[in-house]
Design a protein around this ligand. Structure first.
Ligand code: ADP
Ligand code: MG
Length: 685
């Protein structure tokens, strides 16, 4: 249970003044549902505003505060904005422009003839000066004078800077000091402020030390939780699994294993013979052959008289694994079953029975395989595919399933940089598949301007005439998922004009049956083109699909592009990836796409991605990327994570039960960052 003193921080957002039903949605979108979230909603940046006596003193593009008196309200005609014409002390006119619903409040805030302080960015509109959606409008006077530093917060539709800033201030007022969890020596050395001060400072201006401290807190919480998992895992009892080779020797693979595969299997085999449950991460680029390694591991479990389960993130992938593994293991006499959320009634009962009486050796499925209604006779190994899709909490639940703690093998194709491996998987041992199966041809990657989309469609037509297949990937980048889906559907409709029923569509909002049916048509070769949102990112394996088009490629991270591209180049034929790019690209975006052309090494791309993003591509965008962190930015991660990890390790070594004073404080920290599963383990283990 969460310590009482944290309750005010976890009070719901609507305890703040001014948060009614209207704001709940936009706030939720930003993840702001509790007081704590507001306190940690850190500004993207700050603007320096200059107070000017009149508009002559300001230049276009500048952020200013100026006293203005509204002289006229001009209602919007049709689609134009609502404008308030306002005059400064010298009679210079500036138009204050408002779009959409904000015009209602503007009307009230800017009555004709009454002096107001207005803060915003001065622009030019035709011959006229204008401010679009001023950041602040107030009646107060002298407070607004002088140099002003103002936070700029991440926003969502329906919110304004002023609104958010006000709510954050209210939230901060409710923050009481907490005991220090950072090692005092480190705190001194870094000259970091205390926790509450750091929060206050981080909202006030550029305070790198305050920001670092807050990031460090988050990293420390994460490392600590992961190390507690590791600690509790060591104390648990698993089933030592020693295979006799009887099943594996009957495995007929169409290829020899790579050195890396053999090495990984040996490492896993070593772990499985131990009483302590295995907690191992198998990291290998897309196509490096993780599935076979998983199969070998599961066969060891079966040889030892136990059951194994393979958890896939999607139904599509579960099905595909089932088919692949059933084929590979055909000669081994092992009973393999598929269980997904869609299995109902009799077939489902039969599978549940088989798992209970042990007649099923290996089950493959989605999280349905770990529902309460599913019991195993002797589950001793859990393999989790595409680990990054699952949260750590979920990962832990799985290992509670057997009578004894099952061994756990997590697989991921996300080639994350070393620093992040530590952060995300700190509690695990790692095996790396750093060698590709032989015979893979490099994927010919090209960057094409979107204006040439007609040529691209032509290329697809020629491509499928040769009997090969193609992917067309639409990005998921808009604020609203539905808009992305709409874009994908629009593209699909367009392409269908050309390709008729040879084309299918897959996205996250289709019913599972519809989605699977489309996937299956594509996998069987009946459909030649698959239009998809990023749901195909994970695992889909159709060797005959050798052309991929990725729309708005500049909007994807390198790691994700790499994942997507890995869907082609699976067979021995030549494969092509066309990255469609928009027109106005930033320098970094260009560099990213160039890198995609240059290399196919996932680990290198991951490092570069971190470097490029860490450098801060755009002002005002969050850069935590695909990390599990909200406060710590990539650059801080690299700098501070090793420190946090060492610190956490020391703490666990000295006070593994978190019972001392610092241990107590550390518990608060774990709750604060919702890594409290770490604490739960303390009690359970
Ligand atoms: P991933 O690591 O992305 O899960 P898969 O296990 O799906 O990769 O393997 C990708 C492809 O490579 C599959 O078609 C698989 O049969 C093949 N493959 C795996 N290991 C080898 C190997 N040692 N030699 C040749 N092909 C292999
Ligand atoms: Mg895979």
């Amino acid at each position: 249970m969460r310590p009482d003193r944290l309750n005010p921080l976890f009070a719901a957002a609507d305890s703040l003044k001014g948060v009614g039903t209207g704001l709940a949605r936009p706030l939720e979108k930003l993840g702001l549902t509790r007081i704590r979230d507001f306190a940690y909603h850190l500004p993207d940046r700050f603007v320096q505003r200059r107070a000017v006596a009149n508009l002559d003193e300001a230049s276009v593009g500048e952020n200013i505060v100026v006293a203005l008196t509204p002289v006229e309200h001009r209602s919007s005609s049709g689609r134009g904005p609502f404008r308030v014409l306002a005059s400064d002390a010298l009679g210079n006119i500036c138009a204050l422009s408002f779009f959409g619903r904000s015009s209602y409040s503007a009307k009230k805030q800017l009555p004709v003839g009454e002096l107001r302080w207005v803060a915003g960015r001065l622009d030019q509109y035709g011959q006229m000066l204008q401010m679009v959606h001023p950041d602040h409008i107030s009646e107060a006077s002298s407070a607004a004078l002088g140099q002003l530093t103002e936070p700029i917060y991440p926003l969502s539709e329906g919110l304004t800077q002023g609104r958010i800033a006000g709510l954050v201030l209210q939230a901060l007022e409710q923050v009481e000091p907490l005991p220090e969890w950072i090692e005092p020596g480190l705190l001194d050395k870094m000259q970091w402020p205390a926790w509450r001060d750091a929060l206050a400072l981080a909202h006030k201006g550029e305070h790198p030390a305050a920001r670092d401290r807050l990031a460090y807190d988050e990293l420390l919480a994460n490392s600590l939780a992961l190390l507690l998992v590791k600690q509790s895992n060591r104390a648990r009892v698993g089933t030592p699994l020693k295979g006799d080779g009887s099943r594996r020797s009957r495995l007929q693979l169409p290829f020899p294993l790579t050195g890396a595969q053999q090495r990984s299997i040996a490492e896993i085999e070593g772990d499985l013979t131990q009483t302590a449950p295995m907690l191992r991460l198998l990291q290998g680029d897309v196509g490096s052959g993780k599935t076979v390694v998983a199969l070998e591991a599961m066969l060891i479990a079966v040889e030892a008289g136990a059951q194994a389960a393979l958890l896939a993130p999607t139904e599509i992938l579960a099905r595909q694994h089932f088919e692949t593994l059933s084929r590979m293991a055909a000669g081994t006499g092992v009973e393999i079953a598929l269980l997904t959320g869609r299995d109902k009634g009799r077939p489902r009962e039969a599978i549940l029975m088989g798992l209970l009486d042990g007649s099923i050796d290996i089950v493959i499925g989605t999280h349905a395989i770990f529902q309460d209604s599913v019991s195993y006779r002797n589950l001793a190994l859990v393999v989790i595919d595409e680990q990054h899709r699952f949260g750590v909490g979920q990962r832990l639940l799985l290992t509670q399933k057997g009578r004894r703690t099952p061994h756990c093998l997590a697989m991921t194709a996300t080639p994350i940089p070393r620093t992040l491996t530590l952060a995300q998987y700190g509690e695990m041992d790692v095996s790396k598949l750093d060698e590709m199966p032989p015979g893979r041809q490099p994927i010919d990657t090209r960057v094409v301007a979107v204006e040439r989309i007609g040529d691209v469609v032509g290329a697809i037509a020629r491509h499928i005439e040769t009997g090969q297949q193609a992917y067309w990937v639409c990005p998921m980048v808009r604020e609203l998922e539905t808009e992305d889906i709409a874009a994908a559907e629009a593209r699909f409709a367009e392409l269908r004009e050309r390709f008729g029923d040879k084309i299918v569509l897959v996205h996250g909002q289709l019913r599972p049956e519809v989605k699977d049916a489309a996937m299956e048509r594509f996998a069987r070769g009946e459909a030649a083109v698959l239009v998809a949102t990023t749901v195909i990112e994970v695992g889909v394996d159709v060797p005959n699909a050798t052309l991929m088009v990725i729309e708005q490629a500049e909007r994807f991270g390198l790691a994700q592009l790499h994942q997507l591209r890995g869907r082609v180049g699976r067979g021995s034929g030549k494969s092509t990836c066309l990255l469609l790019r928009g027109t106005a690209l930033s320098e970094t975006a260009r560099e990213r796409l160039a890198l995609m052309r240059e290399t196919q090494d996932g680990f290198r791309l991951a490092e570069e991605d971190l470097r490029l993003r860490g450098g801060g591509e755009l002002l005002g965008t969050r850069q935590s990327g695909d990390t599990p962190f909200k406060v710590a930015q990539l650059e801080q991660l690299q700098r501070l994570l090793p420190l946090a990890h060492d610190d956490a390790r020391l703490l666990v070594e000295r006070d593994g039960g978190l019972t001392g004073d610092r241990g107590d404080a550390a518990r608060l920290l774990l709750y604060l960052f919702e890594r409290d599963w770490g604490v739960q383990l303390l009690r359970g283990g």
